[in-house]
Design a protein. Sequence first.
Length: 705
Amino acid sequence: MAEPDKHQHSSMNVAAHADEDPTPMADTSQHTGHDKHTGHDKHTGHDKHTGHDKHAGHDPNMFRRLFWINLALAVPVLAFSSQIQSWFGYSIEGTLPTLIPPVVGSIIYFWGGRPFLKGGLDEARQRQPAMMLLIALAITVAYVSSLASFFGIGDLDFWWELAALIVVMLLGHWQEMKAIGQARGALAALAELLPDLAERETDAGLEEVSIDELRLGDIVLVRPGGRIPADGLVVGGGALIDESMITGESRPVRRRNGERVVAGTVSTDASVRVEINAVGDETTLAGIQRMVEGAQASSSRTQALADRAAAALFYLATGSAVVTLIIWSIIGEPSEGVIRTVTVLVIACPHALGLAIPLVISISTATSARAGILVKDRLALESMRNIDAVLFDKTGTLTKGNHAVVDQIAISGWTSEGMLAVAAAAEEESEHPVAKAIVAAAKDIANRPKGQDFETLTGRGVAATVDGARISVGGPALLEYLGLTEPAEVTTRTHRWRRDGGSVLYIVAEAEVIGALTLADEIRPESQIAIDSLHARGKQVILITGDAAQVAQSVADQLGIDEVFAEVLPEDKDAKVAELQARGLRVAMVGDGVNDAPALARADVGIAIGAGTDVAIEAAGVVLASSDPRSVSGVIDLSVATYRKMIQNLVWATGYNLLAIPIAAGALSFIGLNLPPAAAAVAMSLSTIIVAANAQLLRRLDLRP
C-alpha cells in the first residue's frame, strides 16, 4: 500500500510559550485556590498592565464608598455656605454654622481627596506629571485659598466649590474604574472556568479533591455538564465537548479516546475519563491568560501617541492656569483668577486621554480571547488592518492535515456503499493512516460486514475474507501482484485523481477489480468561506506548500485562491514572504508547522493556527485557538474596529480639552459665560465616561467564525 504524505503536528500548548515572565493578574474569582492553579497572584495589582499606574491599588468599591460618604459630608458644607445662603435667600447665624464649612471641608479635602493627593505626589516623585497631579493642584489651590480666607487672609471662600469638586471627581473615578473593571473582568472570568473540585480515580474508587491536588498522570471522571479540571487525554468514553470558551467554536466537538481536552471546557452529553497531562501554569487556560496580559502590556504606536499627548496636555494645562491667574490679577480680580485657575486645572485633566487607549486595548483583547483570537503582540494586531495579502500554508491550515476518501467509483454490479463497506472490513485491523481513512469513510454504513483472516501484503496492500470472499485493497502494485489490469470503466476517473495529486487505491474481490477510490488531504469545509471572506475585504489570498504543483493548484482552483507557491522547501518559505514584501505587499502569514515559524516571524503579521506546534505559536503575533481559517477575517475586523475606537477616543479627548481650556479660563466671560469648578469637574467626568462608553461598544463586535 502506498505510503501517504504525512503532516505531523503537535497539539497546541499555549502555556508553554506565552511570555516567559508573565506578570500576575488580579484574580477576582470567588473561588478559593484559583491563584494556585492559574498561576496568578490574586493579591497583586493588575493596573500596570493597562496603562493605569495612577490607579494602582484603586478599585470601584473604594471610589463608590468615598463618593457616598463625601456626598453626605458635602451637604452641610453647601447648606452653611454664605454664597449658597445668599442664592436661595436664607440665613443661618452663629459661630457653629460658620465653622462647619471649613471643618467638614477639611475632612473632605484630606479624606475624599486623598486618592488624588497621593496619586499626584507619586506622579511628581516619578517625574511623570499627569492627571492626578493636575487634580491634586486644583483641589489644593481651592483648599489653601479657602483656609487663608477663613483666617482673614483674602476673600476667597471656596468651601462649597471644593466639596462639590471632590465629590464629582470621586463619582467620575468610580465610573471609570467600573469600566476598567468590566474590561478586566472578562479576562479574569477565564479563571472562573475551572471547577473547584475534581473526581479522581484511586484504587479505592472515586475521591473528591481540590484541583490544586491534581498531579500529572491522575485519572479524573468528568460527568455530563461538568467542566474538565485540567488539560489531558481522553482515556475512557467519549463526549461532545463545548470548547467555545477557549476556541470560540460555537458547536460542541466530539472527543474520543486518545484525543486532547482542555481545562475549563464542558462535557455536554456524557461522562468521560481524562488522564491529566498539564496542571497549573502549564494548562492552555493559564497560557491564554498570560498571552492576553502580554498583549495588554505590549507596546502600541497609538498608545505612544496618547502618552505624548497626555504629557503635553499637562504642561499646557499648568501653563494656561498660570497665565489665567496672572491675567485676572492684572485686571484687578484675583478672586476670580483663583476660581478660573482651579477650573482650568480641573477641566484640563487628561483623564479621558489617559483612558482612551488602555480601555480599548483591555476590551478588545478580552473580547477577542472569548472568540478564540489570542493577541500576543498589540503591534501585530494594529498592523493587521493594513494587510494586503494573506499567505496560507496548505496542510493543516486550509486542509485537515490527514488523508480522507474524497471520491470513489464502483463497477461490476457493485454499489459505492457496498464496495466501501467491504474495503473497510478488509482494512479494519490495520493501523495504517490510509486504512483508518477508509474505515472512517465507512463509519455510517449500516450492517457493515466484518473481515477475517487479515493479511498484510507488504508493499502492496492488505487482504481479508469478507462474507466468504477474499477482498484485497491496494495501489497499482497490488494489481501487478495479482496479475490484473485497471478496468477501462475506472480509467477516466483515476487519471483525473492522479492529475489532482490524489492517491489511487483499487478494491479487488477474488480476482476481479470491483472499483477504486482516491484519498487526499481533505479541504476543511470552512476554508471556502474563509477565502471568500478575505476576498470580500479586498485581500489577496496566496497558497504556499511543499506539495506537488498539481496538488497545490487543485486546492487553489477549488477555493479560488489568487496565487500558488508549490514545492517550496521548508527553509525557503520565509524567502517567499520576503519576495511578496519586495513587491510592496504587506503580508500576513498563516501556518501551523515548525517549518512555518521563520515565515511567521518574517511576515508583517504572523498568525499561528491553534492546533499547530509550539514553535509556530512562539513565532506568531496572533494565535487562533481553533484551527478555523475563518478566524483570520475576525482578526482583520478586530484590528479595524480597535484602531477606529482608538482614533475616535483620541480625537474626542484632545478636541474636548482644546475647546474647554479657554472657556474654563474665562475667555467667554464678556458674554457672561463662566464655568464653576464643580461644573468643570462634571464636564471632565462626562468626557471620561463618553470615552469609556465608546470603548464598550467593542463588545458588540462578533468575531466568532
